[in-house]
Ligand binder design. Structure first.
Ligand code: HEM
Length: 210
């Protein structure tokens, strides 16, 4: 197999995948910022207008689901394929996880997503459901006396936040600052990545690219 030149590019993400990602990312960032303003004592003076921050927080959650439904409706097959690629763990993925823990020997070959990315996507998807269910319960508790004190929804919402924030911070670090992985940002913005980068990080997927 000939070594790829530095100017050869392969398509990494479709427009639907990029729109779904940026809808989720921007909603998450707005929800995190407004949630922390409402929660942390340091922002008490800013949070005086609780109705405003809460509307922005809940509005971003509604915008996230509405955006996701719209993008999935526009490209159901393509996004179902992406979801199944993220969902499937093979022997190389298990070997990759063991390698990521020990950091010894050659890196096992990854497909379009490595096992770390697959785990990240699974945890994020699970957290999106936990945030939504606990968030709806919090709203119900606030508006309906019958629900008051009935669940620990606030506690669950808070713990989900403390799990999601470092996870996403690590993800953003890898996508923007870490030298060997930050080229991936080109894939999530322009849609394409350099073939030599793809071969180094996702060799099984690169071998299938035209
Ligand atoms: C400014 C913030 C963000 C940047 C710059 C960013 C960047 C990226 C990039 C470059 C990729 C593609 C990686 C690749 O080529 O394999 C990606 C994938 C992904 N992003 Fe983000 N992202 C951001 C925020 C978020 C947020 C907030 C979430 C979740 C709510 C998220 C969830 C994901 C998921 C699930 C994937 C696919 C799996 C993975 O690569 O880990 N991203 N992101």
């Amino acid at each position: 197999m000939a070594a790829p030149t530095a100017t050869e590019y392969v398509r990494r993400f479709s427009l639907a995948e990029r729109l779904a990602h940026w809808a989720a990312a921007s909603a998450f960032l707005v929800m995190t910022a407004t949630g922390l303003i409402l929660y942390l004592p340091a922002f008490a003076s800013l949070a005086a207008d609780r109705v405003l921050w809460k509307s922005l927080h809940v509005g971003a959650a509604i915008g996230f689901w509405a955006g996701l439904v719209a993008v999935v409706a526009a490209s159901p097959r393509g996004l179902a394929r992406t979801a199944s690629e993220l969902d499937r763990f093979d022997d190389d993925d298990r070997a990759w996880l063991a390698w990521a823990v020990r950091r010894r020997g050659p890196e096992p070959p990854a497909g379009r997503f490595n096992a770390g990315q697959k785990l990240n996507a699974a945890v994020i998807a699970g957290l999106a459901v936990v945030f939504t269910v606990s968030g709806v319960l919090i709203l119900l508790q606030e508006s309906d006396a019958a629900f008051r004190g009935a669940t620990s929804a606030i506690l669950v919402h808070d713990w989900a936040t403390w799990l999601a924030v470092p996870l996403v911070a690590g993800h953003v670090y890898l996508a923007t600052l870490n030298a060997s992985t930050r080229h991936s940002l080109r894939g999530m913005t322009l849609g394409t990545v350099r073939r030599d980068w793809a071969r180094r990080h996702h060799p099984k997927w690169e071998a299938e690219c035209e």
